[in-house]
Design a protein around this ligand. Structure first.
Ligand code: ADP
Ligand code: MG
Length: 446
């Protein structure tokens, strides 16, 4: 190996050392080596497959960032298991393992993450009202109602937010609180098993006031960990501790989960998070925008709420993107800019709204006959509805003026521009009309 590859690796390591601190550095990085650097890929030697996996799931971002700084932008990090390193590793593991178990918190969400999740900044709507009410109750009186509390639902719908928010709100009282993912629980349990430190592990997780386990579905098909978790669960319940869990599916639908666990999970309260509806999404956009300190106009807010439907995380991503754009361009974000900036996100996540759907919707809601919007008729009601349809086509579908004009009876560019502007003015002026338009937009659910 070239000297430069090695010396750069030393730099990478010292950066990581500063980032993660002594204990974790000794555990996960001390015995790594840079094996080679070729074609933009850095191969890192690690003592075991377990280590490779651990580094990959927990430290990839940090590693990739530090490697890119030393080896150049295209640096890609791969791992190779190296038996030689394994022997060195064993010697040190013995000393370090106790420390790790004591220090813990390796998989807890990083501080800035966990502190930003509170019960007060969780937007409540029909999709999550039950889970939210339960979370509040549990936070007020842990161990007394709904024990365990089991929250399930799709990705990015707020499970982790609620879990961490409860933990945050309970914090400060007497007795221990642990938040960790089921994956973290599994890793720690297996590590304790291998390193002969089960007693310390049990002392830690069976004497708590509150145990929060995220992404419980990870326990699927892990019988040994499931047994351990069952015992942890039983001991904690017996002692009146609160247990809160989240998962991507209902306990009964987690595959290869022991019946005894399923039964325990169902004994308290099971609440499901649904996808938010349009009105709630609008509230979420407003909440996230105000968190980010970015002012978004009503139409941009509705545009985001309309186009991003499947997860709150996506909505949050969109708002962050708009905030970054606003800061860079030093100008308020208008609809055209929002459409442009968010195009990638929107295309990858939502089904496009089609012109015939808009036509059908406006025709039905204005009580017109089929085909009238595309006809030559210039009666007031028909033109007004046609203008509204053009406006919606622009806002919801981002169609060009030409496309819209062609579709609605071959009208020219400037008349479509005028129509869209007219409706836009009306929406700003007339709040009743604005509500009608918002309701119409909300109808275009997937
Ligand atoms: P999950 O764990 O269900 O995959 P998260 O809890 O990580 O989802 O939520 C993803 C992001 O969306 C987080 O940043 C969270 O703050 C935000 N979020 C989800 N639901 C809401 C809500 N109802 N109100 C405010 N923010 C939310
Ligand atoms: Mg989560």
């Amino acid at each position: 190996m070239e000297a430069t590859v090695a010396s750069k690796w030393t730099e990478v390591l010292s950066h990581i050392h500063r980032e993660v601190g002594e204990t974790r550095f000794n555990l996960w990085f001390r015995n790594t080596t840079a094996v080679s650097f070729q074609d933009g890929a850095l191969v890192v030697g690690v003592p075991s497959a377990f280590m490779a996996e651990w580094l990959e799931t927990h430290y990839m971002k940090l590693l990739a960032g530090a490697a890119a700084a030393e080896y150049g932008k295209t640096a890609q990090v791969k791992f190779r298991v190296d038996g030689e390193l394994f022997r060195d590793r064993r010697r040190q593991e013995t000393a370090a393992r106790q420390e790790m178990i004591e220090e813990g918190a390796a998989e807890a969400p990083p501080k800035f993450e966990s502190e930003r999740f509170t019960l007060d900044n969780f937007v409540v709507g029909p999709c999550n009202a039950v889970a939210y009410a339960a979370a509040r109750k549990v936070a007020e009186a842990p161990g007394r109602v709904y024990n365990p509390l089991f929250i399930h639902g799709g990705v990015g719908l707020g499970k982790t937010h609620l879990l961490v928010a409860i933990a945050n709100s309970v914090k400060g009282g007497r007795g221990g609180i642990e938040y960790l993912s089921a994956e973290g629980f599994t890793n720690r349990f297996l590590f304790a098993l291998r390193s002969g430190s089960l007693d310390a592990f049990r002392a830690r997780y069976r004497k708590l006031r509150l145990l929060v386990i995220d992404d419980v579905h990870f326990l699927s098909n892990k019988p040994a960990t499931q047994d351990e978790f069952l015992n942890t669960f039983n001991t904690l319940s017996r002692d009146g501790a609160q247990i809160i869990m989240a998962s991507d599916s209902h306990p009964k639908l987690i595959s290869k989960l022991k019946e005894t666990l399923v039964t325990r999970f169902l004994a308290g309260m099971v609440a499901r998070l649904e996808k938010p509806n349009f009105t709630t999404r609008v509230e979420i956009v407003k909440c996230k925008a105000s968190d980010r300190g970015v002012a978004l106009s009503e139409d941009v807010t509705q545009f985001v709420a309309h186009r991003l439907r499947t997860s709150v995380r996506e909505i949050e991503g969109a708002v962050n993107t708009l905030a970054a754009y606003a800061a860079l361009s030093k100008a308020p974000v208008d609809l055209a800019a929002a459409g442009e900036v968010l195009r990638g996100l929107i295309e990858s996540t939502s089904r496009p709204v089609r012109l015939p759907e808009i036509e059908a919707m406006v025709t039905a809601s204005s009580g017109l006959a089929e085909g009238q919007l595309r006809s030559a008729s210039r009666s007031r009601c028909v033109s007004h509805s046609r203008h509204l349809a053009m406006y919606l086509a622009r806002q919801l579908g981002g169609f060009s003026y030409e496309q819209i004009g062609n579709f609605f009876g071959g009208r020219n560019h400037s008349s479509v521009v005028a129509a869209v502007e007219k409706i836009d003015r009306l929406v700003r002026k007339d709040s009743k009309f604005a509500r009608e338009v918002a309701a119409l937009k909300g109808e275009f659910e997937p």
